[in-house]
Ligand binder design. Structure first.
Ligand code: ARG
Length: 657
């Protein structure tokens, strides 16, 4: 049962009786932060007192009188100015635990209204090596996928890979000018990555030199003028104006300093390329590389035979290397319909938008203008090329007709916020106003220096190498811990397997345990720590519970035939039981705002409750057989809940470590 939801619905009824418009105040029923205020707490008497013009304590009393929770709670207590404290009855807790113990799904409460979700996640651009940024989308996407399914929703996962964009123009250009044929024959994907990086660096160089640098130089001149004028302005009498003026001066100085720093960075970057023995000889011959890459992309789109055949040759190899990463992460998708899948629908999308009067021409480009958004949403460029935006519109049309979702989720980093804002607004105008669109955005993965995570060589870290390193480090830790035992337990192959699960689990959990909208620092040391809110700690907690069963030679399966022996006496037992029953609440929270960190926080809390139970309540050495059985039952449900929670996060457990 989702106890919180049940309590809220009871409050809803009582609130409605008191005031017809007060039902939504039931959301103010929350789990208590501190056990001394009971298990749940309701603060709705305060705002309601204000609306009704009565003392909140009086309202609280009236609410309690109307409230029907006797089957769940002891008599509600009113505290302070009008807090209502609720303590669940032990018999209720026990009955719920007994049900969860014998249920195959741990007694999870399904969603009231199951929906169809389309979940767009991972969606890397193939031909570029996948990097740490793709972890976040993939790992968050998997967790949402599993949690939503666990709640009974229909989920269609669709990996919207970028297999048709400029990056293919880049590798085609690279192939035509710089390919090492021997490497193409022996290590196709590595060679394509090299070509991609090379072309990208050259494009970036030209773009910086020809556009960004002059641009910033001009802004510096403008800002310097502005600052001069501020300095020149006459003495101000009014102290408020003086203060205002000083502020403006300061802000202009800051801007100027920032721009100068940017300029210096740019110059440094350009000088690095010019001093690079591999790159510098190429600069003169490839000065128009940006336009040339676009031309290669356009030729591919126009059906040019050479480019098309190169694309057909390169794509499977790129997909294969991408799939290798997915295998290692244990990820599968229902569909992988990349951008190329929508190729032949794009012209029609633009025509259809135009026929509905949504398209305006601006400098030859076809745009959708949206209320409240400054930038137009460009659906076709003046040279006739379609864009990311056009493909995304075609994708919505396809998904809507094929799967009829109520909701489409896009797990994509926050830098694409504007794109999605425009996309959703355009789609609504276009007629898809029944679908709920959500950009499940996330922040950047940072290095320990606080900048976007990079390897020493400066390229974004390759995902394969990142996983390898986490596994190697996990292996060292697992081995050291095992070696420290009087007689080591683990065989070399067992150590390997544990290291795989702990290493990969660490990366996933670190990502999931941070609020997805914040940036977070990627640190192997932190993510592999055995203490704190980490995968290793959760996996260890699981293994620790399971070791009791191994040590006592207890079959958990047959233990579940003795649920009637469950009893709850010690406060640590009770706290553990309550935590065990709150899984459904955590899952419901994840499905409300699509933040998997609600589930990691829940698991961490559960593991802490288990720890204090374990310290206070002997299990195998319990005083009576009945008590031993009862505690073993709590242990069993703890292990299964942690195991299941981790599984929903895409993380595997180990029986010992
Ligand atoms: N391929 C894009 C990128 O790597 C992400 C695609 C996200 N999904 C979408 N429907 N736009 O930036």
């Amino acid at each position: 049962m989702n106890i919180l939801a049940e309590l809220r619905s009871r409050f809803c009824i009582a609130l409605a009786k008191l005031d017809g418009s007060a039902e939504q105040l039931a959301d103010m029923v929350l789990p208590s932060q501190d056990a001394k205020f009971g298990d749940y707490q309701a603060n709705c008497a305060m705002p309601l007192g204000k609306t009704l013009g009565k003392p909140p304590r009086e309202i609280a009393q009236q609410l309690v009188a109307l409230l029907d929770v006797a089957d769940l709670c002891a008599e509600p207590q009113i505290a302070g100015p009008g807090f209502i404290n609720l303590r669940l009855r032990d018999e209720f807790l026990m009955a719920q635990i007994q049900q969860a113990l014998v249920a195959s799904d741990l007694g999870i409460t399904p969603a009231d209204q199951p929906q169809t979700f389309v979940l767009d996640y991972s969606s890397p651009n193939v031909a570029k090596p996948m990097h740490v940024g793709h972890i976040r989308s993939t790992v968050i996407g998997v967790a949402l996928d599993r949690v939503l399914r666990a709640l009974g929703h229909r989920v269609i996962s669709d990996n919207h890979i970028g297999d048709w964009g400029t990056q293919f123009g880049m590798i085609i250009y690279g192939y035509k000018h710089f390919a090492d044929q021997a490497a193409i024959a022996s290590h196709l994907v590595d060679e394509l990555s090299r070509l991609y990086r090379l072309v990208n660096q050259l494009v970036d160089y030209q773009e910086t030199k020809n556009r960004k640098l002059p641009d910033i130089e001009k802004r510096i001149v403008d800002e310097a003028h502005c600052l001069d004028r501020l300095h020149d302005s006459t003495e101000l009498e009014d102290p408020r104006e003086r203060e205002e003026h000083a502020k403006r001066l300061q802000s202009s100085e800051n801007t100027l300093a920032e721009l100068r720093k940017e300029l210096a960075d740019m110059r440094r970057k350009l000088a690095a390329v010019e001093g690079d023995p591999q790159l510098s000889p190429l600069l003169a011959d490839h000065s128009a590389i940006g336009a040339a890459v676009l031309a290669e992309t356009a030729a591919l789109h126009a059906g040019d035979a050479t480019n098309r055949s190169l694309w057909e040759r390169f794509l499977p190899a790129c997909l294969e290397s991408m799939n290798e990463i997915y295998r290692r992460l244990g990820v599968t998708f229902d569909f992988t319909l990349g951008e190329s899948f929508y190729e032949d629908r794009l012209a029609e999308v633009v025509a259809d938008l135009a026929s509905q009067g949504l398209v305006t021409e601006s400098d030859g480009a076809k745009c959708v203008f949206l209320e409240g958004v400054d930038a137009p949403f460009i659906v076709q460029k003046s040279d006739g090329a379609f864009l990311y935006a056009t493909t995304d519109l075609a994708t919505i049309q396809y998904r809507a007709s094929e799967w009829k979702p109520q909701t489409i989720l896009y797990v994509v980093d926050h830098r694409q916020s504007l794109h999605f804002e425009q996309l959703f607004a355009t789609a609504r105008k276009w007629g898809f106003d029944q679908i709920r669109f959500e950009h499940v955005s996330f922040g950047t993965v940072l290095g320990e220096d606080g900048r976007p995570f990079k390897t020493r060589s400066g390229s974004a870290v390759g995902l394969g190498g990142l996983l390898d390193e986490a596994i190697e480090r996990a292996h060292a830790i697992v081995s050291a811990n095992d070696d420290a035992r009087e007689s080591p337990l683990l065989s070399p192959s067992e150590r390997r397997q544990i290291a795989e699960r702990v290493g990969i689990g660490a990366i996933k959990y670190a990502d999931l345990s941070h609020n997805r909208t914040s940036d977070y620092v990627f640190s192997y040391d932190k993510m592999l720590a055995m203490q704190g809110n980490t995968a290793a700690y959760m996996q260890y907690s699981y293994a620790r519970v399971r070791s009791i069963f191994a040590k006592g030679e207890i079959n958990a399966e047959s233990l579940r035939g003795r649920v009637s022996e469950l009893g709850i006496q010690h406060p640590a037992e009770r706290a553990l039981a309550l935590a065990l029953l709150q899984l459904s609440e955590a899952l419901a929270r994840v499905s409300t705002d699509f933040r998997p960190n609600h589930l990691t926080a829940y698991l961490y809390d559960l593991a802490s409750k288990y720890s204090s139970f374990f310290e206070n309540c002997p299990v195998l050495k319990a005083e009576t057989d009945k008590l031993r059985t009862s505690r073993l039952l709590l242990c069993d449900l703890t292990a299964r809940t942690i195991g299941y929670g981790l599984q929903l996060l895409g993380i595997e457990v180990v029986e010992r470590m």
